[in-house]
Design a protein around this ligand. Structure first.
Ligand code: CA
Length: 225
């Protein structure tokens, strides 16, 4: 098995070293970057399996901006590190395409668990194993290639957005509660709140437009078709 690289973008050396220590114990290769600019370069050069990205970074480019720039041309999973009082950062980070976040101060083991959960989700074999291409309205959901396409053109989605779209496509016609969506897409171990679902649904609607028949089921959640 090839070593998986994780890029850790964090200016606090103590935290970066701690994260590196724990990830190395799990067999990951870690590349540290102390500024956003260095982080973007590291992602470009190293092609990592995952990025751990602190929101508070020096040098005029914070983690949110780094996230936005990475998402312009990359679907690499991003786990954000946010401050305890950084509710707005968390929502913004998810809207910008981050996959998940961990609030500082965090237990290293929790961080490792999140990393593994994201990698399981993004690298795992297609669920069900039947159809490789599902349909969500006029959008093709290519499970094998992890691509959403319309008229043969790929629509850029963050990995979590893709998983959410796939889950809807696998459950067309069913009213799905936010909790069902959290369990099905984020996994049972995920303990974020239900607004996370709303943020991602909003992103999906924005990116996929009116061709996606994704209805709000008032008081419950959402339904495709
Ligand atoms: Ca920092």
């Amino acid at each position: 098995m090839t070593e998986s690289t994780v890029v850790v973008v964090e200016d606090d050396r103590n935290i970066a070293d701690l994260v590196e220590l724990y990830l190395r114990q799990e067999g990951f290769r870690v590349v540290q970057a102390a500024t956003g600019q260095l982080g973007i370069e590291a992602v470009r050069d190293q092609r990592p399996r995952m990025v751990i990205l602190d929101v508070g970074l020096p040098g005029g480019m914070d983690g949110l901006e780094v996230c936005r720039r990475l998402r312009a041309d990359s679907g690499v999973p991003i786990l954000m590190l946010t401050a305890r009082d950084g509710e707005i950062d968390r929502v913004l980070g998810l809207e910008l395409g981050a996959d998940d976040y961990v609030t500082k101060p965090f237990a290293p083991r929790e961080l490792v668990a999140r990393v593994k959960a994201i990698l399981r989700r993004t690298d795992g074999p297609p669920r069900g194993g039947e159809a490789d291409v599902l349909l969500a309205g006029d959008v093709e959901v290519d499970v094998k290639r992890r691509e959403a396409r319309r008229d043969g053109k790929v629509i850029a989605l963050a990995s979590r957005e893709f998983d959410l779209l796939r889950y809807f496509a696998e459950n067309t016609g069913l009213a799905l509660t936010r909790q069902q969506l959290l369990d099905g897409v984020w996994g049972h171990g995920w303990y974020g709140d239900e607004r996370t679902v709303d943020v991602h649904v909003r992103q999906l609607r924005k990116k996929l437009g009116p061709g996606l028949p994704l209805a709000t089921v008032w008081g419950v959640g959402y339904r495709l078709g």
